[in-house]
Design a protein around this ligand. Sequence first.
Ligand code: 3YP
Ligand code: ZN
Length: 366
Amino acid sequence: MATGWVCHELYFWHDTGHYASVFPASLTVEPGVHAENPQTKRRLRNLVEVSGLLDHLTLIRPRAATEDELARFHTRAHIARIKAGSAKIKGDDEGMTPYGQGSYEIACLSAGGTIAALDAVIGGKVANAYALVRPPGHHALADQGMGFCLFGNVAVAIMHARAVHGIGRVATVDWDVHHGNGTQAAFYDEPEVLTISLHQDLLFPPDSGRISEQGSGAGEGANINIPLPAGSGVGAYRAAFERVVIPALRKFRPDLIVVPSGFDASGADPLGRMMMTSDGYRQLTRMLMDAAAELCGGRIVFSHEGGYSEMHAPYCGLAVLETLTGRRTGVTDPWQEPMMAWAGHELLPHQEAVIGQAAELVGRIR
Ligand code: 3YP
Ligand code: ZN
């Protein structure tokens, strides 16, 4: 069965304005581009086409999430505020989330594209799916945009799947370099949704993503944070998967796995300080697919989050898509060899210590 692919030109029209990285242009900050500009994701889409892989993907048409669908997670006030702000020339939600004309509609299409990907996998139309959506979603809170995210795409899609399809248990594995705080918050007291986030320790949001955040009430034990030290490479990520993520999935036994998929743990990313390679993402994808095959009929959906290396992130995305489809395109990532020649890809003791602490949480999953 095929791999589903969600993309839409409008995702690239979400306008984050004139910034220099995340800093507003001013008389002393020359206007440039915002870190979360269309280019990285557009280049991934283009590489998928040029590699020939696009011909082997099943296109899934995104639709706009409705206000009621957003409201499963978000407050009506938050939805109305983004809608009003996006009708003006320029909006800026609290928490570093600039947006422009039409961004409300595009953000609805981003959440709705993730919904469409889950629907296609749950409905058996495709084996697995990748939604290349924009704006991203994993930082958005119920009542507030944050960190380039307006609506919680993955949270909204999981709530839809559970409400409409009666899907019971869902696990998320967020490998974006930043903490998936919004997805965590959405299900913090929900025992049937296991949220796992691997991220660079204390990068963003501030003071967020500690191992001690483990869920509350009935959801106690159903949130796992793996805050890896800056500088972690492929060995640390592999060990975190082997010792924490995969055992946690086995213990939890999900009916569906969803991956908030950012490529900002890339060794070339300007906002992260990790050393992941495209082949590293290939290996992690393989491990997740094997777990999905063992536990939930192979059902796994990826929804795009961050990743800001225009030049490297597209190869990371292609590696994931090649793995999902079981096809090699013959494209070689020019970064792969030089990046693997950097020191520090093996698992180091200070990384192992964190992974060991996180591994102790697996036993507490119900
Ligand atoms: C938000 C403001 C500074 C860092 C930035 C992180 C956005 C992101 O890629 N989240 O996954
Ligand atoms: Zn990120």
